[in-house]
Design a protein around this ligand. Structure first.
Ligand code: NAP
Length: 355
């Protein structure tokens, strides 16, 4: 905790960002340890150099890189909101911390570019991701969603550090970072699994990452007139919503778009989904909760003959004749939990319940 305060007191030193991210000599009380596990990075560099010279055929990152110098050394992938200066300062602090603990770091491409760290850190990529033990997401809940989409089906546990506004997913405050990272490298943590949704468009629709930790939503596009959404659950017609849109939310997403549209809050462990219409015209239509192993089919009618599909905020324009099949995803997102943070505490703090 002390080291963190020391780093933060002097914000005026032009350290770490953006062109020179070398560690400040006074950033830590203890002398920097030599990095113990450089083989992934060395191996990646040789691999990349050989590839450039044409000396090695196209292929995957060499397997021998996985042989770590020190069996206890961890590899952590760091993601962050690269267009916010305050977040980059937090990223720089975390990188210094990891270096001092001998943790191998793979850095998200955008951070490597923005912080001019291409020489120092190997990128998180399809070649290197198999070596990662944990991911850190530094930013807000939006950054956490992005990190989860980058991690994908590998389901690497993610720890979210909050530099955003609310922080339900990224619930570690910057004042707690040193303590929490210390616990992580000592393997003092628990893992919480969060269910995701998977959306499959019918023929004619394509989406790159069809998995949603928060929600899948269909929204009106272009015209101001309402859309009609025919929603069936488990093969039975549930409703024909006339509204601005329909949100299918997970319990995790219940504090996001679903909440703004008037849907209920749900404990993240609840095995349910919520269908919440956005600004529905019918007064007697209300959000409804269904079991999370039920499938949902949506057919959208629109005056413009098109609509918007939103998957955790990633938008795709769809033609009216594309129908959507939504179901539980085959893999979960794993959240690293350290310390006393709980969902109930987040609700009380962030929704200002005044207790
Ligand atoms: P954005 O439009 O830039 O930000 C959306 C806001 O939602 C941010 O303040 C974000 O928090 C917050 N948020 C995201 N997930 C949350 C969660 N699980 N619980 C509580 N708040 C959450 O978009 P973005 O940052 O890429 O996030 C995409 C998400 O935005 C979507 O999944 C959807 O839920 C939400 N959204 C909400 C509305 C609305 O409420 N009217 C409209 C469109 C989209 P941070 O500031 O901490 O990042």
């Amino acid at each position: 905790m002390q080291t963190k305060n020391k780093t933060r007191q002097d914000k005026t030193i032009p350290h770490l960002y953006p062109k020179d991210c070398r560690r400040r000599p006074d950033a830590f009380d203890e002398p920097p340890q030599k990095r113990r596990n450089l083989r992934i990075w060395e191996s990646y560099r040789n691999f990349a150099a050989n590839k450039e010279k044409g000396g090695r055929p196209e292929g995957s990152f060499p397997e021998e890189a996985a042989q770590k110098d020190n069996k206890t050394a961890m590899t952590i992938a760091v993601f962050g909101n690269w267009y916010k200066r305050s977040t980059l300062e937090e990223v720089a602090h975390v990188l210094d911390f990891m270096e001092s603990r001998g943790v191998e770091v793979l850095l998200a491409q955008e951070l490597r570019d923005e912080m001019n760290l291409r020489e120092k850190y190997a990128p998180y990529s399809s070649d290197t991701k198999k070596y990662v033990d944990f991911a850190l997401s530094i930013g807000g809940d939006g950054t956490f969603l992005y990190t989860a989409s980058m991690i994908g089906e590998r389901s690497i546990p993610i720890l979210g550090i909050n530099c955003g506004r609310l922080g339900f997913l990224a619930d570690v405050q910057t004042s707690e970072v040193d303590f929490v990272l210390d616990q992580l490298v000592q393997n003092n943590y628990t893992i919480e699994q969060r269910q995701q949704l998977m959306v499959t468009p019918s023929y004619g629709g394509h989406i790159e990452h069809p998995f949603a930790l928060n929600e899948v939503a269909v929204l009106k596009q272009e015209l101001s007139s309402m859309i009609g959404v025919e929603a069936s659950v488990n093969g039975e017609l549930l409703n024909y919503y006339k509204a601005d849109g329909l949100v299918i939310s997970t319990p995790t997403g219940s504090t996001a778009y679903n909440l703004s549209a008037g849907g209920p809050l749900m404990m993240p462990q609840t095995k349910s989904l919520i269908l919440t219409p956005i600004a529905t015209h019918a007064m007697n239509v209300r959000p409804i909760v269904i079991p999370d192993d039920w499938s949902i089919n949506l057919r959208v009618k629109s005056r413009s003959h098109s609509y918007l599909l939103s998957v955790d905020g990633r938008s795709y324009a769809m033609k009216e004749d594309v129908t959507l099949h939504i179901e539980k995803a085959p893999y979960t997102v794993k959240l690293v939990q350290i310390g006393n943070n709980s969902f109930i505490k987040s609700l009380k703090d962030k929704l200002a319940w005044g207790m």
